[in-house]
Design a binder for this molecule. Sequence first.
Ligand code: NAD
Length: 349
Amino acid sequence: MQQMGHEQVVFCQDPNTGLNAIIAVHNTTLGPSLGGTRLWNYNSHEEALIDALRLSRGMTYKSAISGLNLGGGKAVLIGDAGKLKSEAFWRRYGKFVNSLNGKYITAEDVNTSKGDMEYIGMETKFVTGKPEYMGGSGDPSPVTAYGVYMGMKAAAKKAFGSDVLTGKRILVQGAGNVGQYLMAHLVEEGAKVSTCDINEAKLKQVVAKHPTIDVVDGNTIFDKEWDIYAPCALGATVNTESINKMKCPVIAGGANNQLADENVHGPMLVEKGIIYVPDFLINAGGIINISIEIDGYNKDRAYNTVAKIYDRTLTIFDMAEKAGIHTQLAAMQMAEKRMNEIAKLRVGI
Ligand code: NAD
């Protein structure tokens, strides 16, 4: 907690429902902490805790750089999603969320759905990402993908002098929710899209929708040349081994925590001349969408706000270049500057 500057971490357990939860509140300078609930079969409590700490810190930066009045939080629930999920399980968890009195607002994440949010919502009002029929904003993935598309176009402008993606060879790693919506934009613009996934069913879905998309072997992606690499699966895919192999001038994708170690791999990318769009900047579409749900959801407002990722990405490239630092650091500094300035407003009336 001290290393990453967390305000509060809460452990919750309930033997009746099998609930084992960790809620991490990283920073509430800008507003209540908001972040999804991840249900995962972690190997240990320590592994779950580290995930909660890293993810909640990422949410602080994501909201801050996106101009939202929200802080960073995240919850992880430990166990097998197939065995644990039930109405009672989610409602018990909802009671724990409620006990934080709005300091933490939850949403969907890995292995949690709109339906689960509905159960949580029976016990607390501090839940977002509810279904559309409940006045919620629904699935955030299309909006996240739109933001990634905008950030990718900005990166193309920087790398190739034009943001037109027609004819560009783009690898989308991960054909899940975000990956599939992103590929739809890219195909529409006439990019040469390739994809890989460990799940064959997802690949079949993609090819059925877009027969021009090429499926490639995930183990050999860095042996090939791409114009743009879009990580849309797991984190830490940008690491020493992959960077050493990479033959692509741009990395722009939706996954969280893409750099295995930002202090090592941020500078390494600069050295290799690879343009990297910081993950928490480019994949903020989902949280922006949810923040608009809190005020009363409006789809046009959500997409217009997410489109600003394009200009923000170009600003970060300029800042990084002028300061001689890597883009992830420039984005963190921009987020921290906003938090520091707003914190000063709290002094006085
Ligand atoms: P998802 O689970 O729908 O998709 C992830 C896909 O990656 C799955 O199809 C999975 O099979 C595949 N995958 C897993 N390991 C792989 C590997 N080694 N190689 C290739 N494919 C692999 O998740 P999603 O909602 O599309 O999210 C994708 C990423 O974007 C995650 O890192 C998530 O945290 C991040 N993200 C998502 C949102 C959102 O709105 N959904 C918002 C912000 C960030």
